[in-house]
Design a protein around this ligand. Structure first.
Ligand SMILES: [Zn+2]
Length: 278
C-alpha cells in the first residue's frame, strides 16, 4: 500500500478495484494523438482507471475518501462494459492497517457516481448492507439530491442500490464541510454536486480534485472527461484550484491514476516530485 505524509496525517491508498474505460470518453474532446502521449491505452482503446480510496486518521477519527467499485455488486454485463478486471479489496486492506470497517468514522464522498459509491455497501445473505455502519457519510446536498432523483443522463451512474443501504448515514453540506485541517469544497463540474478535498497540515498541503483531475494526464485545464455534466464549470474550477495548488506547492492526489498516487507540479507543469503506485 502506498502512502504520503501531509504534516502529521498519513494518507494511505487502498485497492478499490480497477476499470478499463474508453480512452475517448476519459479525455473528452482531446484527440488520441495528443492524449496517448501522456496515458497508456490498449488495443481496444481502453485506459486503466483504478478507483482507489484514501484512508487516513485525524484526531482519533478514521476517515475514508470515496469507496471504490465494491465487491460482488456489479453484474457480468456491467463488469464487461466497464472493463472491470479486479474488484475492491477495501476490507482486507483496512484489516492490514489494523482497522475494521466498523471503525470508520467518516466517509468523505467527492461524488456518488457508481465507481465511487458502490463500495459503500455489499450483499449479505441476499440483502444490501452498509459496509461502514458507524460512519457518517459526507456529501454535498446537490450530489445527494441528484442521486435520489437522477435525470435521464445521470441515472446511468446514480443507482438506487447504492443509496438505499446507506441513506440513514448520509450528512450533507451546502458549500463546505470541514474538520480541523480537512475540508470538502463543492465545485460542481464533473457532476452538479461534485466536491474536492483539501488537507493542510504542518505546512504541507494535499489537494484531491477527484474527477476534475482523474489522472496526472489531465493537468491541462481543457482536458475534461466526456462524462463531465458541466464542462465549463470543470474548466473554471481546474484553473482556480490547479493554480492555487501549484502556487502553494501542494501535492495533487489521485483516485483514478494508473501511474501516480500523487504529484507536485512546477509552474511549467513538469512533475517535480511524485509518489508512484507499487
Ligand atoms: Zn470516477
Amino acid at each position: 500500500m502506498n502512502s504520503l505524509k501531509i504534516g502529521e496525517i498519513t494518507l494511505t491508498w487502498l485497492n478499490g478495484g480497477n476499470t478499463k474505460m474508453d480512452g475517448g470518453a476519459i479525455f473528452g474532446v482531446v484527440p488520441k494523438p495528443l492524449w496517448s502521449k501522456k496515458y497508456e491505452s490498449n488495443e481496444l482503446n481502453q485506459v486503466n482507471l483504478p478507483s482507489d480510496p484514501i484512508f487516513f486518521e485525524y484526531a482519533g477519527k478514521r476517515i475514508l475518501v470515496d469507496a471504490g467499485i465494491g465487491n460482488g455488486k456489479l453484474t457480468e454485463k456491467q463488469k464487461r462494459n466497464y472493463g472491470v478486471d479486479e474488484e475492491s479489496s477495501l476490507e482486507e486492506n483496512l484489516r492490514k492497517l489494523g482497522v475494521s470497517p466498523q471503525d470508520i468514522d467518516y466517509v468523505l464522498m467527492t461524488h456518488l457516481h457508481f465507481d465511487h459509491a458502490s463500495g459503500l455497501s455489499k450483499l449479505e445473505a441476499g440483502e444490501l448492507v452498509s459496509i461502514f455502519p458507524n460512519a457518517e457519510i459526507i456529501t454535498s446536498n446537490q450530489e445527494w439530491t441528484e442521486m435520489k432523483n437522477p435525470n435521464i443522463r445521470s441515472r446511468n451512474t446514480y443507482w438506487e442500490q447504492n443509496w438505499r443501504p446507506i441513506e440513514s448515514q448520509v450528512k450533507t453540506f451546502e458549500q463546505k464541510w470541514s474538520m480541523g485541517p480537512i475540508k470538502l469544497v463543492h465545485t460542481g463540474g464533473h457532476s452538479n454536486g461534485h466536491s474536492i478535498l483539501i488537507i493542510e497540515d504542518g505546512g504541507d498541503i494535499a489537494i484531491h480534485l477527484a474527477d476534475l483531475l482523474p489522472t496526472h494526464a489531465h493537468h491541462n485545464v481543457l482536458w475534461v472527461t466526456a462524462y463531465d455534466d458541466y464542462p465549463m464549470t470543470s474548466i473554471e474550477e481546474k484553473q482556480k484550484w490547479i493554480n492555487w495548488g501549484i502556487e502553494n506547492d501542494a501535492w495533487f492526489t489521485f483516485y483514478h491514476d494508473a501511474v501516480y498516487r500523487g504529484v507536485k507540479w512546477n509552474a511549467k507543469g513538469e512533475i517535480k516530485e511524485a509518489v508512484k503506485r507499487d
